[in-house]
Ligand binder design. Sequence first.
Ligand SMILES: Nc1ncnc2c1ncn2[C@@H]1O[C@H](COP(=O)(O)OP(=O)(O)OP(=O)(O)O)[C@@H](O)[C@H]1O
Ligand SMILES: [Mg+2]
Length: 246
Amino acid sequence: MTIECSKLETAYSNSLKRPILNGIDCKIKQGEFVALLGLNGAGKSTLLRSFVGLVPVKTGEIRINDTVLTPRTLRRIRRDIGLIFQGGGLIEQSSAIDNVLCGCLGGLNTWETLWGFPKQPRDRAFDLLADFGLKDLAYQKTGLLSGGQQQKVAIARALIQSPQILLADEPTTGLDVIAAQQVMQILDRLHREQGMTVVVVLHDLGMASTYPERAIVLDAGQIVYDGKCHNLSDKFSKLTHPKLEA
Ligand SMILES: Nc1ncnc2c1ncn2[C@@H]1O[C@H](COP(=O)(O)OP(=O)(O)OP(=O)(O)O)[C@@H](O)[C@H]1O
Ligand SMILES: [Mg+2]
């Protein structure tokens, strides 16, 4: 699936209505693996969240597979997009498998979940966890898992509905080198073996130059670089750091 933004401007209703994204134009092709980079506050999470209709669009538009995103089309398209939130967004008191199953709650009706999840999604959730080496931890409380294990649970949750687009907001932040590499390898595999369109927000320029094929660098809500993932630190030397607001 493709993602396309034209002249995209978004403003949160509570942030003095100033635009956070300011004229974003970009096209992400089917099966591409893209890193979204930029300093804190540049608008990376806002852009990612706008792809699933979580941010109000002020002007311009977002098209997913040539369909303009509107509250109506979103209901249809939403299932095809998996989102991993910054910080994971897991329910710590619930088991890993229940967290993964939460990813398909929207696709089931109330009756289907009243007496627990049906066998089919349960099996799929278990298979996904087993795939990521978490077979023995499937019934463990998520809050008791390590950061890397939690991140894998968050990926499994985003994958349970077999999306065609995967959006991951800082999935490697706070992880050790090995765990971070494992997470990036999982994303890389999804893009190479399943042709999934993967957009990942990263702060680690080393990771960005190793796995994704393309980097989009944001600065103060605008794209300042869009191209190959080399010499990325050069692109960063020119960025404006956000001022501290009193
Ligand atoms: N829910 C919100 N309501 C109002 N303003 C917001 C909201 N979320 C983000 N912002 C503002 O939008 C701007 C961009 O934030 P965003 O979270 O997109 O940045 P980011 O590039 O993801 O930063 P980081 O690297 O710190 O995660 C910031 O100035 C932030 O204060
Ligand atoms: Mg962010």
